[in-house]
Design a protein around this ligand. Structure first.
Ligand SMILES: Cc1cc2nc3c(=O)[nH]c(=O)nc-3n(C[C@H](O)[C@H](O)[C@H](O)COP(=O)(O)OP(=O)(O)OC[C@H]3O[C@@H](n4cnc5c(N)ncnc54)[C@H](O)[C@@H]3O)c2cc1C
Length: 464
């Protein structure tokens, strides 16, 4: 079977590539290969009753399938160059913002209309943050919510399913470059049972495809750069504590430079009235969070991550390996995710079931009470504690004894691939986009990168 374009991965990057390709050039034959299930078949077995924590499914439905890692996410599309990736370094700041706005238009026309767009522009919180040594990053945030995000994905799938060949539960195992000698480079991709060929190939395998991406880079000689990893905890507290910020901004990305080591600690993925969830990346259980637009599904708590970035280069390069080892330690001690009261942490005592059950903050995730100081390196933990006290000045109550800390939260970044301004690597017609490229780390940047390559592919077809 031969395609004009094969897309590997049906996360936001892959979906928006397919959408734009078919919109501009309906005649193109496009095949999308996805290791996970179609959207309606994606179910995480954790029900909070029979199955309370991650059982390590072969293919994690939270991370893979149509919609990618974003399918059950909070659906926060941050329209900004300040965080979420460095796409702008490749395609320019104006173009990056323009593509993110275009993605927002598509989301609005596929079920997202009526959802709220928050903005930091002119916010009084900027001043409040600066007064306390904190820095609020600029962004507009479209909050779809987990429920509407699902509706948008379903609508996009319904629109694409008759125009594009989708292969679900079909991981691409390996690929090869073909036709180079004849001056017409193409690609052959191999699944467990078949092989398919194409003229152009878009790789959009996200974080869950990070190990596969590294393997392919080695096998077909794609140039790479070293990566970083973010390590920290997820903070959960009563929604009232952050309500003044979340009501106006929804998500506030705040950065703090610690006094002790001058390290940067940042808030990440804030979920007002949300729930803390587990995440399984290649068998390693870490913590994350999401929230719903539907008031009936909302909780009394707000959660967000506090993360410290680590970037290793010499002589140790494997930043992800470092993050994995820390997550392994937490999995070993807690059998998964560990939860600790802030008060217990600063007093140097582990939390136990009794202290957690007596806590004024009711946990939204069933995690093992424990001691995060046995898991996180001192420097990272000191930075997190310092930032909690700094946040307490703009949101009093953050440093309460009953604030819950879940660990560990690790943001793995893929090894960064070397691509040009078309997001094409050193092989003609092979594009690497989304989180799998190491360049984007968010729904909006990954989606925008998908639109960008689709336009580059159709431009190059026209000039052929
Ligand atoms: C719980 C959670 C909440 C999040 N919340 C937000 C949020 O609110 N806002 C935000 O901006 N970001 C959020 N993110 C991050 C966001 O989901 C990602 O940045 C985004 O999904 C990246 O899109 P992508 O297409 O690059 O990759 P992905 O979404 O990871 O999709 C890649 C797809 O490729 C498939 N794949 C991998 N390898 C192969 C292979 N060999 N063959 C075939 N298919 C393969 C995978 O199964 C997956 O479906 C969240 C992530 C999680 C896990």
């Amino acid at each position: 079977m031969r395609y004009d374009v094969i897309i590997i991965g049906a996360g936001p990057g892959g979906i928006f590539s397919a959408y734009e390709l078919k919109k501009i050039s309906p005649e193109l034959k496009v095949g999308v290969f996805e290791a996970g299930h179609e959207l309606s078949k994606r179910h995480c077995p954790i029900d909070g009753v029979k199955i309370k924590s991650c059982i390590g499914c072969d293919r994690c439905s939270i991370m893979s399938g149509f919609g990618g890692a974003g399918a059950f996410s909070d659906g926060k599309y941050n329209i900004t160059n300040d965080f979420g990736g460095t796409l702008y370094e490749y395609i320019g700041k104006e173009e990056a913002i323009s593509l993110m706005k275009y993605v927002d238009e598509i989301n609005m026309s596929h079920g997202g209309e009526g959802t709220k767009l928050y903005t930091t522009a002119g916010s009084k919180f900027k001043t409040l943050c600066i007064q306390h040594g904190l820095h609020l990053l600029d962004a507009s945030v479209r909050h779809l919510g987990t429920d509407i995000n699902y509706v948008v994905l379903q609508n996009l799938y319904d629109e694409l399913k008759d125009k594009v060949d989708f292969y679900f539960d079909t991981a691409v195992e390996s690929m090869e470059v073909i036709g180079e000698e004849a001056g017409k480079t193409g690609y052959r991709v191999h699944t467990a049972s078949d092989s398919f060929e194409c003229d152009k190939c878009v790789i959009s395998v996200g974080r869950s495809g990070s190990k596969w991406m590294e393997k392919i880079c080695g096998e077909i000689g794609i140039d790479t750069r070293s990566n970083r990893v973010d390590i920290g905890v997820r903070v959960e507290l009563p929604a009232e504590v952050f309500a003044h910020l979340t009501d106006e901004l929804y998500e506030s990305k705040i950065i703090y430079r610690t006094q002790k080591y001058e390290d940067l600690v940042r808030t990440f993925c804030m979920n007002p009235k949300g729930a803390v969830v587990t995440e399984n990346t290649n068998g390693i259980v870490t913590v994350n969070g999401h929230s719903y637009e539907d008031p009936e599904k909302q909780t009394n708590n707000t959660n967000f991550a506090l993360l410290v970035a680590k970037h290793f280069s010499q002589p140790f390069k494997d930043s992800n390996g470092y993050g994995e080892s820390i997550a392994h330690l937490s999995n070993m001690l807690g059998g998964g995710v560990i939860v600790q009261r802030f008060g217990d942490l600063v007093r140097g005592q582990r939390s136990n079931e009794k202290r957690i059950s007596e806590s004024f903050t009711t946990p939204t995730l069933h995690a093992t009470p424990g001691d995060l100081s046995l898991v996180l390196p001192k420097r990272i933990l000191d930075g997190i504690i310092e930032m909690i006290y700094a946040l307490d000045k703009i949101a009093p109550g953050t440093a309460n004894d009953d604030t819950l800390l879940y660990g560990v939260e690790v943001k793995f970044y893929n090894m960064e691939v070397a691509v040009n301004s078309d997001l094409m690597c050193n092989h003609e017609g092979l594009y690497i986009i989304g989180d799998g490229s190491g360049i984007t780390h968010s729904l909006s940047h990954a989606s925008a990168s998908g639109i960008h390559v689709a336009r580059k592919i159709t431009d190059s077809n026209e000039s052929d």
